[in-house]
Design a protein around this ligand. Structure first.
Ligand code: SF4
Length: 345
């Protein structure tokens, strides 16, 4: 009896929150956002409300190309409008050397809106990062199309700590009984299971809380190609409308992430797919000069004030902007995200 009552109450609560987020009055939407944002703002406030001293992850876009056809992404084969550019090694080296100088120990990844396994000589880049930054977690996020025993072995030999595959295929995502493609299955059976013991390969991200770097992380997620996600600040092909009167405020991305594209330009977030609102360029300034520069810090202060209005892109952006806070079960955040995207992810 009590269980049924609780279930009903939860159902009505969820329904009410969804309704408010999708169609409710602005003040009520803002109330929900303020409530969700509180612990996130507290976490990233930093000294004197200026934001964190340093970012958590540096993303290097080594090549401005993807080989997938996702309808939500401006970087997909049909939608990419940028020239096909590779990051010269000198640009990458400058970024990695800067990170070494400041003793960075977070995460380095090799994608933004792009597929890292399309980068010629990718292992060379990973090897350099591994040598210079032994305490940094190196992540390869890939759509899996180019993952096979050969490419997988090469990146593992180079020193990668994690391979996460987001495999985009509508049929596979809808039916988990359907097998993954041969190239991924072969990588799993011929490389993963042979190079590591069962206990060494785990799912999840980042160093293991107990074993640290003595694990290899492998995740394979089945995703839909035609998902409707964020509007990518107006560039998403299947959701290009910018939000009017945005009730969202805080966004973690510029407070945790540092995105560098092929020529060294730094953006404030991954939703600025074409780097149209640059924060600086690592070939002109050091990484920390850019992070502490006026442009980045203005964005930090704005988002920590739970406001998106002072930046044109943020003003129209519908990315919910909340990272999972470790150990916190945040029902309201989950509901907010599902309501914005219109479905569970
Ligand atoms: S609100 Fe959108 S545009 Fe602004 S920083 Fe966050 S993700 Fe980027």
């Amino acid at each position: 009896m009590i269980n049924t009552l609780t279930k009903n109450l939860v159902w009505y609560r969820d329904k009410l929150v969804r309704r408010i987020v999708q169609k409710g009055p602005y003040f009520a939407q803002r109330l929900i956002v303020k409530q969700v944002a509180k612990p996130h703002i507290a976490k990233y406030r930093g000294k004197d409300n200026q934001g964190p001293e340093i970012f958590e992850t540096v993303f290097f876009e080594l090549r401005t190309r993807c080989n997938s056809h996702c309808t939500f992404c401006a970087g997909s084969v049909e939608n990419e409008i940028r020239p096909d550019l590779n990051m010269p090694f000198a640009v990458f080296k400058k970024g990695i050397d800067n990170l070494k100088d400041i003793g960075f120990t977070g995460r380095v990844a090799f994608h933004i809106t792009s597929e890292p396994l399309l980068t010629p000589n990718l292992p060379e880049y990973i090897t350099y990062a591994r040598e210079q930054l032994p305490k940094v977690w190196l992540q390869l996020l890939t759509n899996g199309r180019k993952l096979n025993p050969r490419s997988g072995t090469a990146v593992i030999d180079a020193g990668i700590n994690e391979i996460t595959v987001n495999y985009y295929d509508d049929a596979c995502a809808a039916n988990h009984d359907l097998p993954l493609p041969q190239n991924i299955l072969k990588f799993e059976s011929e490389v993963l299971t042979k190079r590591f013991t069962k206990g060494e390969v785990t799912t999840g991200h980042g160093p293991d809380p107990v074993k640290g770097f003595d694990v290899f992380r492998y995740n394979c997620n089945r995703r839909r190609m035609n998902e409707i996600l964020s509007n990518q600040t107006g560039s998403s092909p299947n959701k290009s409308v910018m939000t009017e009167r945005n009730f969202l405020g805080f966004c973690h991305s510029p407070l945790t992430d540092f995105h560098i594209t092929t020529d060294g330009t730094v953006s404030k977030c991954s939703k600025d797919v074409f780097f149209t609102d640059p924060m600086g360029n690592i070939m002109e300034e050091d990484v920390m000069e850019i992070w502490n520069g006026k442009r980045f810090r203005d964005v930090h202060r704005m988002l920590l004030a739970n406001d998106r209005n002072a930046n044109e892109m943020c003003r129209g952006c519908d990315y919910p902007g909340f990272k999972t806070i470790h150990g916190k079960k945040d029902t309201l955040k989950r509901l907010l995200q599902h309501s914005i995207y219109g479905h569970k992810r």
